[in-house]
Design a protein around this ligand. Structure first.
Ligand code: WT7
Length: 669
């Protein structure tokens, strides 16, 4: 066993915040952008003359089947980029490489979770040529099942290469994929089937997670039973389910509805030309949490998104031909879309894809993988970094990580202590760290250092990427002075911005373009320091960031009140050392229901079942009543203070019944 890491004093974290890490000369010398002055010049050019800048970039970076006529058509808040152009995302990721030396280069190096020799996992390598062939074949399967341009397809798969193949096969024929993270529940799948009007689900018998099997196909059966029972399944919705065989356990196949992936391949050939699609053809929908109970289907389109994924991957990770890139996110999140699939493949980069958990069979699985494949760029999340810190340095130090040259972080603010650990223990003090801020909605990275150019400071995502104009503003939309907190907005449209919320233009306008005039509102709080660096302080709406997952408190509340014993629920966040934030639920029960430990467990599982394990509450507390204002609004501010064990501060005069507070602060447990 490893020894526990030495406790770290808070004071050191505070001191380190002031530290500045300049890019090493050797790194800068070989980088795409070599100096801060060069970054500055390009950025200024990109925001002063966006039309010329994007025209040049889009021509240089993408392969067009028909050139675009106009760079941007902007009717706030609706953007059309590269108007009139035609291209295909799968052709840009695959066909582009066929006639080059990249054809036989590994596109995906996949490692399965089960450890075959007790340590290392099963391995599959797909070259660009092989991946192209698989994508063409599967695209033909889709066509054989009647899938047409514009049809939506739900992909609900574990981290297996078929997930990438399925995404690119959709892109090849103009179908719109909506990947649903394999950790989501049957109910979540049902909601997304309904909202997207998907015609097909691509799933697998199951997936592996920490040695156990996650029964994905069973969830799909349940999801379709839910939509059938609701009568919400429009005609022609989810007529077909394609099933990848992964775990091999027994599943039910519904005659005429469900088909094995491998069997279907027998009926098709590998000839499938990429369809020339409009620049603005929908590429994918990805559901994310907002401040209401209903997940939002974030829509991204073809050309602008692809340009963003490709350019940010190239410049932020400073990729070179010989790199082995590993983004540890799941393809079910936007990070996986942009930095496992579209960005790296469009750049011809070799990617590692790992199926399972970081601590399976032991807490050194990541380091083992880096050593084995000589990974040179690692992109992971602060919550994972904190878990590794907890598991101890020895697990890391056992492995040769000398292949690493660059480290990335995404998903939530990285605390300086974790930043320093990542830098020293994982990076051996020699790798720059790129702390990248972005969102499902922004499609690709927005605020980030460029590793050869930008001096970094632990805890800040630093400065905007090319063409991005972020600002920190007050409630009236005016920029705030340096070192003052405010709302983070983006002042100008950018090619990889969301184009809308699926089926709900009014909500799109309301959520993102109404809070601050003529600006995209991110929902994040932020301050800029004296150097103009952006320090994200977290969400300011009712959305929590739990282990890097955005979870709407309203969603969890609506799951809780759907339980027959629950009368009312309020969900708030409490700071958590590992997860960043933890979910604390205050619940009042219907008359006659006993407040037992069993019921607490049942409610936790109920939320897990309704939304998925990522949303399982950390803490359920029963209360006789919730603190409310006289107008009936739950006072979350107070609940937050109670949840974090803080002294209750601020105005309580609007509280309807003061005795409620006292009871909540002294729970009987
Ligand atoms: C929210 C977006 C970006 C893909 C993964 C999450 C937080 C993300 C950072 C960062 C501080 C960050 C923000 C943002 N966030 N990256 N580097 N520093 N905060 O995508 O689920 O859409 O969540 O994650 O709060 O709004 P998402």
């Amino acid at each position: 066993m490893s020894k526990k890491p030495a406790p770290r004093a808070n004071i050191s974290a505070l001191l380190q915040e002031k530290r500045v890490f300049k890019p090493a000369a050797e790194f800068s010398a070989r980088a795409h952008v070599k100096t801060f002055a060069q970054y500055r010049k390009l950025w200024l050019e990109s925001v002063r003359k966006p039309d010329a800048f994007w025209r040049k970039q889009a021509k240089a970076e993408l392969v067009w089947q028909k050139p675009f006529a106009k760079v941007l058509q902007w009717k706030e808040p609706f953007a059309k980029w590269f108007v009139g152009g035609r291209l295909n995302a799968s052709a840009n990721c695959l066909d582009k490489w066929l006639e080059t030396a990249h054809a036989n280069k590994a596109a995906i190096i996949w490692e399965g979770e089960p450890a075959t020799d007790g340590r290392a996992g099963e391995e599959r390598v797909l070259t660009f040529r092989q991946l192209h062939r698989e994508v063409c074949r599967f695209a033909n399967v889709l066509k054989r099942h009647g899938i047409k341009r514009g049809d939506r397809i739900i992909i609900y798969l574990p981290m297996v290469p078929e997930a990438v193949v399925a995404m690119l096969a959709c892109a090849r024929i103009g179908a719109v994929h909506s990947v649903v993270f394999g950790g989501f529940s049957a109910q979540s799948v049902a909601d997304r089937v309904q909202d997207s009007g998907a015609r097909m689900i691509i799933t697998s018998d199951g997936g592996y997670r920490r040695g156990a099997i996650v029964a994905l196909k069973k969830n799909v059966d349940e999801a379709l039973a839910i939509t059938d029972a609701n009568g919400d399944r429009p005609a022609k919705s989810c007529e077909k389910v394609i099933v990848v065989r992964r775990t091999g356990h027994e599943i039910h196949l519904a005659e005429g509805r469900d088909f094995w992936w491998h069997r279907e391949l027998d009926y098709v050939d590998a000839n499938c030309p990429a369809v020339p699609l409009d620049s603005e053809a929908p590429l994918f929908i990805l559901y994310t949490s907002g401040s209401t109970g209903k997940p939002k289907g974030i829509l991204h389109t073809t050309a602008g998104y692809l340009l963003g994924a490709k350019m940010t991957h190239k410049y932020v990770f400073d990729v070179r031909d010989e790199d082995v890139f590993w983004c540890t996110a799941d393809v079910g999140w936007v990070t996986g879309h942009s930095y496992i699939v579209y960005g790296p493949l469009a750049n011809g980069t070799t990617c590692v894809m790992y199926e399972g958990a970081p601590n399976w069979p032991e807490p050194d699985r990541f380091w083992r993988i880096i050593e084995k494949y000589r990974v040179s760029i690692l992109y992971t999340a602060p919550t994972a970094i904190r878990a590794f810190m907890k598991w101890g340095d020895d697990w890391v130090k056992k492995h040769d990580l000398s292949s690493l040259r660059l480290l990335g972080s995404v998903g939530e603010p990285i605390n300086p202590e974790a930043w320093m650990w990542y830098h020293n223990v994982v990076g051996g003090g020699r790798c720059p760290i790129v702390d990248t801020w972005w969102q499902t909605e922004t499609g690709a990275i927005m605020i980030t250092p460029l590793p050869g150019a930008t001096p970094t400071k632990p805890g800040t995502a630093t400065l905007p990427f090319f063409g991005i104009l972020p600002e920190v503003v007050d409630d009236s939309g005016k920029p705030v002075p340096k070192n003052t907190g405010g709302k983070l907005v983006v002042r100008k449209p950018w090619p990889w911005m969301l184009r809308g919320i699926w089926g709900d233009p009014a909500r799109y306008k309301e959520t993102y373009w109404s809070e601050v005039k003529h600006s995209y509102f991110t929902g994040d709080g932020c301050r800029q320091d004296e150097d103009g660096y952006f320090w994200i302080v977290g969400r300011i709406d009712d959305v929590l960031n739990v282990a890097g997952h955005r979870i709407g408190t309203a969603e969890v509340e609506s799951a809780l009140v759907s339980h027959p014993s629950v009368a009312e629920a309020a969900v708030v966040g409490r700071p958590d050392e590992l997860k960043g934030q933890a979910l604390v639920c205050f619940v009042t029960l219907k008359t006659g229901q006993a407040a037992t430990q069993d019921l607490k467990n049942e409610l936790r599982n109920h939320v897990g079942k309704e939304i998925g394990p990522v949303a399982k509450p950390d803490d359920v507390r029963f209360a006789d009543a919730l603190p409310k204002t006289r107008s009936g609004k739950i006072m979350r501010r107070l609940l937050k203070q109670i949840a974090s064990g803080m002294e209750i501060k601020g105005d309580t005069t609007t509280l309807e019944d003061l005795s409620v507070l006292a009871k909540l602060s002294n729970p009987d447990e």
